[in-house]
Design a protein around this ligand. Structure first.
Ligand code: NAP
Length: 314
């Protein structure tokens, strides 16, 4: 018999169709009567599929007494109540690695777009300004220092890319690693030492607003903030204040505190480049993420319950 699973996020057809072929899917996201869906099917549901940005409340999990596994279509567990899952013995999986290159490309693009002013000068040409005057000069990137907050899979791929451009790399995290980059033990000192501060650590309670007013002050007028990780990691009002005051040089952002709502002041500033959370948004990568999201469920519900494909909750 096909296992029952509950789907709590909008899924692309290349993931949802194969899931429907192998599982009895209950679409909680679309359901007009969510309590009714839980009352009718909650007792039989054994798996849950959610998006990377979905927040799963414990009250929902309480209504699923036979739940065994949560498969996240995305990287990170910041929307999952981790302590609750550990305590209940629920498996939690996600889709790391397959999106690393794409997200690192976006970080590199944001460094280029902010540092060399490519978005600004693109607008300059489109608006016909070039007929009237020359573009302003920007900043040479080779030789500048990039500070990476969270030197994990994506952070290391960013480091490789910026080193190839002749930039220097420093990083911070909970522990120093065996890597050829400078480790700086605290975030404020890292910010003070670099030209670009790139946020690449997980979201969630442990990192909420750790890029705060003090860190931004340390980054200073020489510095640009790049965030490709999660909006929750940056104190957004403090960032807006720092940008408006000219206390930092600029920002390149792929993620925000309340997506897809962007605070109006961010959109109004020329020193800011904004992307609509497109870190992993290529056809190839989203397909690979979908395949892995389903493969993790298949591995769990398969005969051997092998977990070899699963990035388990740490
Ligand atoms: P990862 O391999 O787990 O790397 C995370 C890194 O962050 C680790 O090196 C870890 O190092 C560090 N870290 C963990 N907790 C920290 C803390 N409290 N303070 C400082 N550093 C901490 O994850 P990844 O695959 O590189 O992905 C990183 C994040 O990128 C994800 O969690 C996700 O939020 C985000 N992401 C964004 C997009 C997008 O579309 N923009 C796409 C995919 C992922 P230590 O253990 O040494 O601290």
């Amino acid at each position: 018999m096909q296992p029952d699973i509950i789907v709590t996020a909008p899924l692309p057809p290349f993931l949802y169709d194969p899931l429907k072929a192998d599982y009895r899917c209950h679409d909680y996201y679309q359901a007009p009567d969510k309590p009714g869906l839980l009352a009718a099917n909650g007792a039989t549901i054994r798996g849950l599929v959610q998006g990377g940005g979905t927040v799963t409340p414990t009250t929902l999990l309480d209504a699923l007494p036979r739940l065994e596994i949560i498969s996240v279509f995305g990287v990170g567990y910041d929307g999952v109540p981790v302590a609750y899952c550990k305590q209940r013995g629920l498996k939690v999986t996600n889709t790391p690695d397959v999106l690393t290159d794409d997200v690192a490309d976006v970080a590199l693009a944001l460094i280029l777009m902010t540092g060399r002013g490519f978005v600004r000068v693109n607008r300059f040409v489109h608006s016909g300004e070039w007929e009237k005057r020359n573009p302003e000069l920007t900043t040479k990137l080779a030789g500048r220092k990039v500070g990476i907050l969270g030197l994990g899979r994506i952070g290391k791929a960013i480091a490789q890319r910026v080193v190839a451009m002749g930039m220097k790399v420093a990083y911070t995290g909970r522990n120093p690693q065996q890597v050829p980059y400078e480790y700086i033990g605290d975030l404020k000192s890292l910010a003070a030492a670099v030209d670009f501060l790139v946020v690449a650590c997980p979201g969630g309670p442990a990192t909420r607003n750790i890029v705060n007013a003090e860190v931004l002050a340390a980054l200073g007028r020489k510095g640009t903030l790049i965030n490709i990780a999660r909006g929750s990691i940056v104190d957004e009002p403090a960032l807006i204040e720092a940008l408006q005051a000219g206390a930092i040089k600029g920002a390149g952002l792929d993620v925000f505190a309340d997506e897809p709502h962007i605070p109006a002041p961010l959109g109004a500033m020329d020193s800011v480049v904004l992307l609509p959370h497109v870190g992993s948004a290529t056809r190839e990568t989203r397909q690979a993420m979908g395949d892995l999201c389903k493969a993790n469920l298949d591995a769990w519900f398969g005969e051997k319950k092998t977990l070899t494909l699963i990035a388990e909750l740490e």
